[in-house]
Design a protein around this ligand. Structure first.
Ligand code: ADP
Ligand code: MG
Length: 720
């Protein structure tokens, strides 16, 4: 390596000499060449490249065009009167002038081809542009032409100075246009220069493949050399796309290899108890359950069952929209554990939710000689001691509870399965703590946050995922509408009418942490107003400043039906099932995120009645706010909404924080390219299960690349 480096850096770049040394090494050995070995690449230019993240030859080869100019799509300037949208023209620069004075100063550049001339006008940033235009040079403009008298002009067109290799008279039909920036401009790195360097590299070397040939074949991906050639200098846009797909696959595949490695190691380490369905499980599904499982529920159960009997510890995420029926699936898993002589624990984020699950158990298991207990923080000492004893002795088979389950005093006899409901409300730490209560118990976590599958695969990479897509049959779709302040009276009349019919209503106010006081004021005022308007209706207020006892009390009154209208600032407890609540009014709806609105709306539509969600935006509503509300009116599909939300906000924000720990992909978009992501994930896993240390000859090059990739990203992946 040392020899190569010194040898090459001593050579002028324009020689085929070193190519004979390098053609047999893989692309990463380009790193032994310096960028400055290239033609016209001064130290100053190298510094400008470095500021753009291009430090090595391979960085430069992986610096892809942001678009291409299709020469067949170039308009003769004389035809601009027929152009109704943005078009590309190419011509020679005739004049470059700064016109006007003061704030009206502008740059006017006239270009001409063999048919006519057109003027480019820049009102802003002309000082930058003026350095790019030189009389006599060839340039391409991309913009919308406007006619002024007999003349055409374009305001702020995208301009790309062209010369030499991308001359329109040349053979290429697609001209690569590279991303540009001020560092490039200062160092006079033109589009042409970038193209020349890259062409020089491609002509001198053959990049060597490291992806297994079988994969390239299976997905019809071009090999590395071809892909590099075609991404920079494609003969058609189809070729460019094929090349881009290869690079997308490549980056996702490397990422998924890391994920697979972590998962694989976990599988090696941890063995779970073998759990299989028995008499109780069969009784439950065949006799006790009053409804038929949906396809999604059946499939999820099938996947769970397979995990539980596989001897490796289950680590599964069950995703399903609110109301999709995750609880019965969890219950199925719990009963399988009991059938196999193991204990099961189910943890929920609030007492109300834990109680709700306890009632579900009551419904199906009471009188069946199975001990199940509810464990929460606020229980009397004697009762608590009794519960702990029976859990420790093993006589209690199922513990349902809150965080209380994690406490030190809680000891299990043989905990075989842990279920965590609404898992996003718990930290990773809590998840691990409860797992320590047993000997590698199986884990099922449930979430109603409908994260698009592709994203979930990257975030919860070490979890397997089951998704319940459909809601049980017979649910009435929630009707959603936007109403303004002007409609307030009719909304009130609607509430009045519904309450008379025995229905329950949520009125939700937003809670934005910074302005909690303000929001509280909003909600309190709204609450007072409602009480004045409906003096005979039972209305209660729930907000974040109340103690948890107070909150529980109000919530319980609502659950029990003693309260008809619940005004709430805090997000109403996730997961709470009040089938009788069929109306939700959301005030200042534009202030909520899309997924949050959907979660809120999921509190209604649980019973047999038609449910209504009324969105009441404030007066000033932004464009994105409007889009959010529109989406919500259009669809009730949680996954569709989550994707829209993701598009509007980007992955980091979507998960509530910029530091979501999501990797940033350079070429792939985890939503648009989900198919490739899925392929990459499957192939990575398959590879790891068949050749876990990547030692087969076919995988040797890949192994090298993978190990350096993994090392470079140790921060992200942890130590595995
Ligand atoms: P979530 O997925 O939001 O936790 P739940 O498990 O609370 O949903 O289920 C919501 C309601 O739907 C419950 O009352 C439950 O009994 C009912 N349910 C679940 N599965 C079915 C089904 N296959 N058919 C009819 N009703 C169902
Ligand atoms: Mg639930």
């Amino acid at each position: 390596m040392f020899e190569l480096t010194t040898l090459c850096s001593g050579l002028s770049a324009n020689s085929g000499v070193y190519s004979s040394f390098l053609c047999t090494t893989d692309i990463y050995h380009y790193n032994s060449l310096n960028l400055t070995d290239l033609h016209n690449l001064s130290l100053k230019r190298a510094a400008a490249l470095s500021k753009t993240g291009i430090n090595t030859i391979s960085d430069l080869l992986y610096f892809f065009p942001r678009r291409y100019i299709d020469k067949r799509g170039i308009w003769p300037i004389g035809n601009l009167h027929m152009a109704h949208e943005a078009v590309t023209v190419i011509g020679k620069i005739i004049s470059v002038n700064v016109i006007g004075s003061g704030t009206k100063k502008r740059l006017e550049v006239v270009i001409q081809d063999h048919t006519a001339s057109v003027k480019a006008v820049y009102f802003k940033g002309w000082k930058y542009h003026i350095s790019r235009f030189k009389t006599g040079e060839l340039i391409s403009l991309y913009g919308t032409p406007r006619q002024f008298g007999r003349y055409f002009s374009m305001a702020h067109p995208e301009a790309e100075p062209l010369t030499g290799s991308e001359n329109p008279a040349g053979n290429d039909t697609l001209i690569p246009i590279y991303p540009s920036n001020k560092h490039f401009a200062k160092a006079f790195i033109s589009n042409k220069l970038l193209a020349d360097w890259i062409r020089e590299l491609l002509n001198s070397f053959r990049a060597e493949e490291y992806l297994p040939g079988s994969l390239l074949q299976k997905y019809s991906l071009p090999d590395l050399g071809t892909a590099l050639q075609n991404i920079h200098f494609p003969s058609s846009s189809g070729k460019a796309n094929e090349a881009l797909n290869r690079f997308k696959f490549e980056e996702l595949f490397l990422f998924e290899l890391c994920m697979s490695r972590i998962k694989h190691e976990r599988h090696q380490r941890k063995r779970g108890a073998v759990i299989e369905p028995g008499a109780l499980t069969h009784l439950f599904f065949n006799k006790l359950l009053p409804f038929k499982l949906t396809e999604g529920q059946k499939q999820a159960l099938g996947e769970i069952r397979k995990d539980l009997r596989s001897q490796t510890q289950m680590n599964r995420l069950l995703q399903g929209d609110v109301g999709a029926g995750k609880t019965v699936v969890a219950l199925g898993a719990i009963l399988m554990a009991i059938d196999s002589g193991k204990q099961a624990a189910m943890m929920a984020p609030t007492e109300i939710l834990a109680e709700q699950h306890y009632h579900t158990l009551n419904k199906y298991l009471s009188g069946r000689n199975i001990e199940y207990r509810l464990l929460t923080g606020g229980q009397r000492t004697a009762l608590r001691r009794d519960i702990l004893t029976s859990v420790e002795s093993g006589s209690c088979s199922i513990v349902i509870g809150t965080h209380a389950i994690i406490q030190d005093q809680v000891q299990f006899h043989n905990l075989g399965l842990v279920v965590i409901d609404e898992q996003h409300r718990f930290g990773v730490k809590q998840r691990n703590e409860i797992l320590l209560k047993g000997d590698n118990p199986h884990l099922l976590v449930m979430s109603a946050t409908p994260i698009p599958r592709s994203l979930a695969m990257t975030i919860y990479s070490d979890l397997d995922i089951s998704v319940i897509r459909e809601l049980p049959a017979g649910r009435k779709e929630i009707k959603t509408a936007v109403r303004t302040d002007r409609d307030r009276e009719s909304v009130y009349r609607f509430i009045e009418h519904s309450v008379k019919n025995g229905e329950q209503v949520y009125v939700i106010f937003p809670l934005i942490e910074e302005s909690e006081v303000m929001d509280l004021k909003d909600a309190t005022m709204g609450f007072e107003k409602l009480k004045r308007r409906f003096p005979s209706v039972s209305i209660r207020l729930l907000h974040g400043r109340m103690t948890s006892d107070e909150k529980e009390e109000v919530m319980k009154a609502f659950v029990d039906g003693r309260v008809s209208v619940l005004v709430s600032t805090t997000v109403v407890e996730v997961g709470v099932d009040v089938p009788n609540a069929s109306i939700m009014v959301i005030e200042h709806a534009e202030r909520f995120g899309l997924s949050q609105l959907h979660q809120l709306r999921g509190r209604i539509g649980r019973g047999s009645r038609q449910s209504y969600c009324i969105l009441m935006p404030g007066e000033k509503i932004s464009h994105p706010g409007r889009i959010r509300l529109k989406k919500l009116v259009e669809t009730t599909d949680g996954f569709e909404i989550a994707e829209a939300d993701l598009r509007l906000r980007g992955p980091g924000d979507f998960l509530g924080t910029k530091q979501s720990g999501l990797p940033e992909f350079k070429y792939a978009d985890i939503i648009d390219d989900r198919l490739i992501l899925e392929q990459a994930k499957n192939e990575a896993w398959r590879l790891f299960t068949s050749d876990s240390d990547l030692s087969s000859p076919e995988n040797q090059k890949l192994a090298e690349r993978f190990h350096s990739y993994f090392r470079e990203r140790a921060e992200f992946f942890g130590t595995g």
